[in-house]
Design a protein. Structure first.
Length: 115
């Protein structure tokens, strides 16, 4: 099982980043997918989640209207499009897959929002 995130980096406030997570080793289309983040000294928090079919999404209040999560079950990939980034969005972003008792995590990608 692998979840590999990419797309993190340094961006100025107000800028955009596009995170990708590519999955392998499990039946991706059965799994609900989510993005989480953890800032230094803080607990990991849920940022966005998407149902197995992609028909339903949920977002944290702090990112609602700025972030968009999508998935492509043919490519075993989820994407988090992040717009209007703020310094408080700085964190390590993790991709997660969940189905029943199965829960997998990626290694994370750093996002830094700073001028």
């Amino acid at each position: 099982v692998q979840l590999v995130e990419s797309g993190g980096g340094l961006v100025q406030p107000g800028g955009s980043l596009r995170l990708s997570c590519t999955a392998s080793g499990f039946p991706f289309s059965r799994y609900c997918m989510s993005w989480h983040r953890q800032a230094p000294g803080k607990e990991r928090e849920l940022v966005a989640a998407i149902s197995s079919t992609g028909g339903s999404t949920n977002y944290a209040d702090s990112v609602q209207g700025r972030f968009t999560m999508s998935r492509d079950n043919a490519k075993n990939t989820v994407v988090l499009q992040m717009n209007s980034l703020k310094p408080e969005d700085t964190a390590v972003y993790y991709c997660s897959a969940r189905w029943g008792i199965n829960n997998y995590w990626g290694q994370g990608t750093q996002v830094t929002v700073s001028s």
